[in-house]
Design a protein around this ligand. Structure first.
Ligand code: ADP
Ligand code: MG
Length: 292
C-alpha cells in the first residue's frame, strides 16, 4: 500500500478506537482467513461471579466457602476474585491460609485451619489422585449451563463444587456473526473445561472450540493452525494470551486487558469490544483495495 493509503487507514482506525502498530499490520489483516478468540475477558466480560455451591459429605456450604476463599486469597486469577467476592457478600468468617501454591491453568492449593485445601479443575484433583466421581455429575451440570465448575478437595477427599459464571459481552454475538459473513473461520480458545467452553460457544455461534488448553500451549495451537495453511488473527486480553498474540499473523489485544497482551499485539481494540476486530479487518481490506 502507498504511504498515503496507510496513513488514511491508520487514521480511520484511530478514530474508531483501533490502534494499528505498523503499516505491515494494516496490510496483513486483509489476508486473514481464521480468527481465534480467547474466551474469558475477550468473548465474555471477564468479571465472573460466584453462583452456586454444592457440598458432599458433612461440610456445610458456608464452611466450604470459607476454606476456598482463604485458599484463593493470594491467587490473581479472575475466578479467585469471584470466589472471594462471593464469600464477602455472605459475611462469612475469614480464615488465613499458609503454604499457598498456584498451579497455572489448573487451580490453587493451600493449608487453611489445618486442612489441606485443593481448588480447581477436574484434572487438578485427578493429578493429586483424588477420585472425583462424586463431584463430576455436579460439575457437568454447571458446565452445561456455561458456568465454570471449581472442584474442591479437603484433606485429600472430594468436598464440593462451586460454580462461577461470566457474562457474554453485549456485542460478541453480532461481531462473531459479522466475522462469519466476512468469510472468516472463527475459533474459540480457552483453558476452561470443554463442556463449559462448548456451552458458551453455542451461545455465541462458534462451531470450533479448542478447550482445556494450558497457558503455555495457546501459541502451539496457533502454530498448528498456521501449519494447516491458515492465516490467523488471535484476539486476547490476558498475560496467558501474549505468546499466542505474538505467534499469530496478527495479534489483536483487548484494550481493557493486561499490558502484557497489548505489548505483544499488532492491533489494540481500545473499547474492548469484538466489533473492533470486524472493523479492523474491513479497514485493512478497504486499504488494500484502494491501492490495487
Ligand atoms: P482461561 O483461559 O479461562 O482464562 P486459565 O488457563 O487461566 O483459563 O485456567 C484454566 C482453568 O483452570 C480455569 O478455567 C479454572 O477451571 C482453573 N483455574 C485456574 N486458576 C484457578 C483458580 N485460582 N481457582 C480455581 N480454578 C482455577
Ligand atoms: Mg482471557
Amino acid at each position: 500500500a502507498t504511504p498515503l493509503s496507510i496513513m488514511v487507514g491508520t487514521g480511520k482506525g484511530a478514530q474508531a478506537g483501533i490502534l494499528i502498530r505498523s503499516a505491515e499490520a494494516l496490510e496483513t489483516a486483509h489476508s486473514l482467513d481464521t480468527v481465534v478468540l480467547d474466551k474469558t475477558g475477550t468473548i465474555t466480560a471477564g468479571k465472573p461471579a460466584l453462583t452456586d455451591i454444592r457440598t458432599i459429605g458433612t461440610i456445610t456450604e458456608d464452611d466450604l466457602l470459607v476454606l476456598v476463599a482463604a485458599a484463593e486469597a493470594d491467587s490473581e486469577h479472575p475466578l479467585a476474585a469471584a470466589v472471594m467476592a462471593g464469600a464477602r457478600s455472605r459475611d462469612l468468617a475469614t480464615a488465613t491460609a499458609s503454604g499457598f501454591d498456584s498451579i497455572t491453568g489448573k487451580g490453587v492449593q493451600a493449608t487453611v485451619n489445618g486442612h489441606a485445601v485443593l481448588v480447581g479443575t477436574q484434572r487438578l484433583l485427578a493429578d493429586a489422585v483424588i477420585a472425583t466421581s462424586a463431584l463430576d455429575p455436579i460439575a457437568a451440570k454447571f458446565s452445561a449451563q456455561g458456568k465454570t465448575p471449581i472442584l474442591v478437595a479437603v484433606d485429600g477427599r472430594p468436598a464440593g463444587v462451586l460454580a462461577v459464571a461470566d457474562t457474554i459481552k453485549d456485542d460478541s454475538v453480532a461481531a462473531i456473526a459479522a466475522l462469519h459473513r466476512l468469510g472468516l473461520d472463527v475459533v474459540m480458545i480457552t483453558g476452561d473445561n470443554a463442556r463449559t467452553a462448548a456451552a458458551i460457544a453455542r451461545q455465541v455461534g462458534i462451531r470450533r472450540v479448542l478447550a482445556e488448553v494450558l497457558p503455555e500451549h495457546k501459541a502451539d495451537e496457533i502454530r498448528r493452525l498456521q501449519a494447516e495453511g491458515s492465516r490467523v488473527g488471535m484476539v486476547g486480553d490476558g498475560i496467558n494470551d501474549a505468546p499466542a498474540l505474538a505467534q499469530a499473523d496478527i495479534g489483536l489485544a483487548i484494550g481493557t486487558g493486561t499490558d502484557v497482551a497489548i505489548e505483544a499485539a499488532d492491533i489494540t481494540l481500545i473499547s474492548g469490544s469484538l466489533t473492533g476486530v470486524v472493523t479492523a479487518i474491513r479497514l485493512s481490506r478497504a486499504t488494500m483495495r484502494n491501492i490495487r
